[in-house]
Design a protein around this ligand. Structure first.
Ligand code: SF4
Length: 305
């Protein structure tokens, strides 16, 4: 089947089988075209929770599918491509978190949403890249262990002089690999462009930016901003989506290497197989883990208000 035929069959099957397709913003346009909701990781879970459907098919990576399951335990949650993982999320496990807690008694553990369910279950509160600063402001704890992203952690830490924040040494290999020299050379090529950066990038790259924010905040800023040119410091798919959304503006990737292979392995064929029950993986989270992980996410919602 060609792309159009695959899309047509997916649209037919998803309504016949009461399925809801969630696609992370880093997915390709052909997947976004058949999805019911597009957004970043926590937005996908929040959307799935509100929708009346039996099955949610997730086009993204494993920790995102787990987060959908934690918020919607009554639904079948299927990860369209079971091979889609996240090196940052996989850089820390529950035992490592317990060890950090033993090393720093009394410290609160703050986990980026890009973590596995079992890691969320060991934490006090989760954060997203857009809510991290606000949640830390509202967190009544002066000692904090921030996991797993050292770059987001440092970005947050720089805003708090009164808290002792210990950073775990994890990172997103795609965002963290962008060097300040690379960013400077693109800025030199496009001197009129505003540079919008995700806080998963290194501190020296973030220091060059005109704007720092989550994927959604970067997209909103680029769409609504008055500038005509933008350099995008996050996954390259966002450049493609913005070019489509704003044909009158110019968008440049900070690097053509900022590509998340894990996000890119999902295909329309995977979605079709998941709908037919011949592919994908139904996500399960043990009830004890689910309950504790849910507490960390509920706390995030409460402190993020
Ligand atoms: S972009 Fe980075 S943090 Fe996001 S899924 Fe890929 S490896 Fe993980």
């Amino acid at each position: 089947m060609n792309t159009r035929e695959l899309q047509k069959e997916i649209l037919r099957l998803k309504s016949e089988r009461n399925c809801f397709i969630l696609a992370h913003s880093y997915q390709s346009d052909d997947i976004l075209e058949v999805s019911d909701f597009t957004g970043d990781s926590f937005a996908l879970s929040a959307a799935a929770k509100k929708i009346d459907c039996e099955t949610a098919i997730l086009c993204g990576v494993r920790f995102m599918a787990e987060t959908v399951k934690i918020l919607s335990p009554e639904k079948h949650v299927v990860l369209a491509n079971p091979g889609a993982g996240c090196p940052m999320a996989d850089s820390i496990d529950a035992e490592k978190v317990r060890e950090l807690k033993r090393m720093h008694p009394g410290y609160a553990v703050v986990a980026y949403i890009n973590t596995t369910a079992e890691v969320k279950a060991e934490c006090d509160v989760c954060v997203t890249s857009s809510s991290a600063v606000r949640i830390m402001e509202n967190l009544d704890s002066e000692g904090i262990i921030f996991i797993p992203d050292r770059n987001l952690g440092r970005y947050v830490k720089n805003r708090f002089r009164d808290k002792d924040i210990i950073l775990y040494d994890g990172s997103c290999p795609r965002h963290a690999n962008i060097s300040a020299d690379t960013a400077r050379s693109v800025m030199k090529l496009h001197p009129e462009a505003r540079f919008l950066v995700h806080p998963e990038c290194g501190e020296d790259v973030v220091g060059l930016a005109h704007f720092v924010g989550s994927t959604k905040e970067i997209m909103d800023e680029a769409v609504s901003g008055s500038a005509g040119e933008y350099i995008i410091g996050t996954e390259i798919s966002i450049v493609q989506h913005l070019c489509r959304a704003c044909p009158g503006k110019k968008f440049y990737p900070v690097s053509n290497d900022l590509v998340c292979g894990d996000m890119r392995i999902t295909s329309l064929g995977d979605i079709l197989d998941a709908l037919n029950g011949t592919g994908g993986e139904e996500i399960t989270v043990p009830p004890v883990i689910l309950k504790k992980a849910r507490r960390s996410i509920d706390r995030m919602i409460e402190l993020g208000r």
